[in-house]
Design a protein. Structure first.
Length: 296
């Protein structure tokens, strides 16, 4: 690790010692981290989600939020469920599979852990069009983020949106063929909520894989990106708590003074949410803190 990053990490570690994520129903520690581009690659939503999370109480195994799955096995499962539950929908599934296979390259199944239970995950299917743009689809898994009272302080923050309109006729035509099929198509998710089925898929496009994945996860309610998300919210404390809570203000100020281009990523959809508060170091790498919040 670069000497400047080592020094910054040591300071962050000292300042975050014994601190837990504030305004949460649970008690999870705040973990400082350094992201060095030379060793870990460029910082992106996908790279971040494929990085091992720290171990949190109640989420003890840690691990990757995003993993690669077996697409063929997934399609076989979906087809078998359709045959048993609604055989009239089989032509739509076959049309969907044919469209993706014939119009996309680098097709991949991604499994996204919900964080509420390490076993719970849902699926994305992503691929690149022949014109070089990226398309991804996801089942519309319900989120309860807007219903969490304690999360209201984050809902009032400005949120970055990663809207992208397809630029090539090839991608536009494929999108126009996919959307009517996906709008009311059933989905079957065997690894979330004990087994969840419903109707409706979301489709998003991006100039790059990174933009598409970010936009897709944003659209289904799993990912949010804030310009900055402070740990200290004065209005959340009474007079007796306020003085002790100012340790979070000190950490906020240190982050703002020592790293630039600050932003906050929040990932999750049911009860548990991982936060990454990240900025660029003077050496051009990234640094920040991460923690887990829970809102029942």
């Amino acid at each position: 690790m670069k000497s400047s990053n080592t020094e910054l990490l040591a300071k962050l570690t000292e300042m975050a010692r014994d601190l837990e994520f504030p305004v949460s129903c649970s008690s999870h520690p705040i973990h400082p981290f350094i992201w060095e581009i030379e060793a870990q690659g460029e910082l992106s939503i996908e790279n971040l989600l494929k990085t091992e999370t720290p171990n949190f109480l109640g989420y003890s195994e840690g691990g990757q939020i995003m993993r690669t799955g077996d697409l063929e096995e997934y399609w076989q499962f979906v087809i078998s469920q359709a045959e048993n539950r609604s055989p009239e929908t089989l032509p739509n599934y076959q049309t969907l599979i044919d469209l993706l296979q014939s119009h996309l390259t680098n097709i991949e199944l991604l499994k996204i852990r919900t964080l509420h239970d390490p076993k719970d995950s849902f699926h994305l299917i992503v691929g690149m069009t022949t014109s070089g743009e990226w398309i991804g689809i996801s089942p519309n898994i319900p989120t309860d983020a807007e219903d969490c009272d304690q999360m209201g302080i984050y809902n009032t923050e400005q949120i970055f949106l990663t809207a992208y309109q397809p630029q090539t006729e090839i991608t536009i035509n494929l999108l126009n063929r996919l959307q009517p099929i996906l709008q009311d198509l059933e989905f079957y998710e065997p690894e979330i909520f004990g087994f969840y089925t419903d109707k409706g898929w979301t489709v998003r496009v991006g100039a790059t894989r990174e933009v598409m994945i970010h936009s897709l996860l944003e659209a289904v309610g799993f990912a949010r990106t804030f310009p900055v998300c402070k740990l200290f919210h004065e209005e959340e404390y009474d007079e007796e708590e306020l003085e002790d809570a100012k340790v979070y203000l000190v950490l906020d100020e240190f982050l703002a003074e020592n790293i630039t281009n600050l932003r906050t990523y929040m990932f999750g959809m049911t009860v548990s949410y991982v936060f990454y508060i990240i900025g660029q170091t003077p050496s051009g790498d990234w640094a920040g803190v991460t923690s887990l919040a829970a809102w029942a």
